[in-house]
Ligand binder design. Structure first.
Ligand SMILES: [Zn+2]
Length: 110
């Protein structure tokens, strides 16, 4: 998975604040663990900044644009500065996480 492709995928998502589509240059790559990518998204229109954890499956590349819905992206408010510890915590959480974002967000279970 190339970073440029990840950035391109992120352009299919919109700023949570103003709804502007992100441009590739708005996206910063922090790093990744397999298909889990840690990104920053900085909106050029309204200056909102987010830390983004996106699960991007390489073998689903052709469908990724359509599949990269907000269900598969964890938006974190940029309240405090993001530290390496924060990323480690998130990584540990997501390592144990089974990938069921629908259930995580309470939509998948009756
Ligand atoms: Zn915005």
């Amino acid at each position: 998975m190339k970073e440029n492709l990840v950035k391109r995928l992120m352009t299919s998502t919109k700023c949570n604040v103003c709804g502007r589509h992100y441009q590739a240059e708005d996206i910063g790559i922090l790093g990744h663990e397999d298909e889990l990518w840690f990104l920053t998204a900085a909106c050029a229109a309204c200056d909102a900044e987010y830390l983004v954890a996106a699960v991007i499956m390489e073998d689903r590349q052709p469908k990724a644009l359509a599949d990269l819905s907000d269900v598969e992206i964890v938006w974190l408010e940029d309240g405090d500065a993001v530290t390496v510890d924060d990323l480690a915590d998130m990584r540990d959480f997501l390592r144990d996480f089974d990938g069921d974002f629908a259930r995580l967000f309470g939509r998948g279970k009756a």
